[in-house]
Design a protein around this ligand. Sequence first.
Ligand code: NAD
Length: 253
Amino acid sequence: ARTILITGAASGICKATAELCRAAGDTVISVDIRDADIIADLSTGEGRATMLREAERLAPNGLDAVLAGAGLSRADMPRETVAVNYFGAVATLEGLRPLLLKSARPRAVVICSTAAILPGNDLLVETCLAGDEAAALAIAGDAPRSVYPDSKRAISKWLRRTAGSREWAGSGILLNGVGPGVVETAMTAPMLKQPEMVEMIKKSNPMAVEGYAQPEEIAELLVFLLGFTNHYMVGQLIFIDGGTDIIMRPEQV
Ligand code: NAD
């Protein structure tokens, strides 16, 4: 049996993934601000340190896989959105890398988003990638309009820049990303109640007329990427979005 740490596991996509992993016989260590094995606020340095300390205690023999899935999409909390979606995810993956190195075949996945392909504030993205959290949170607080897409574009770029390095693929850890479109979870419930948002989504999502994705179907893809079956896919950001990416960027290969 494998030991898998999952952040954001109290709800939605990550909860569904934790359930699939447990059903397959894996040991899951859940991390969240509530209802989890490790209670930690990943928007803060203190919370991130708690997660790492507790992970070492609960998995002294190492981790076989890590899913960095905790995320936030709150227009009224722009600083926290960037702190969790970018800096929390990077801290999770980099901080737990020593535990992954103890596994014979380690895997890691970060949940990005199709929102990453939307235009936004490139200064915020570059400030995230430079690792300057204080400056990035200040920019997010001053110009909160596109922080969710920006935080997801930043983590997507981080994934592409990082996965092939000596520390990751070079050390045998396969790191990939998944970019969901609209999935019916607690995160999207308020948005899907607004008719004008639903109209906008339909324009870039041909599947929307037949409903959105359910957390369980994203979980199936995540389980594949977290497992041994994948031994050759590295650094990819896989969109699972009902066609939004191909409609918005048909020429992108
Ligand atoms: P969700 O709200 O159901 O689950 C997110 C989880 O993250 C929650 O349990 C929440 O408590 C946790 N979390 C939030 N802030 C945290 C913090 N500071 N510290 C620790 N945990 C925290 O949402 P979901 O839709 O399942 O989202 C999971 C991931 O998928 C997120 O990264 C989200 O951005 C991404 N995503 C979702 C959609 C969608 O349509 N639902 C689309 C694209 C990407």
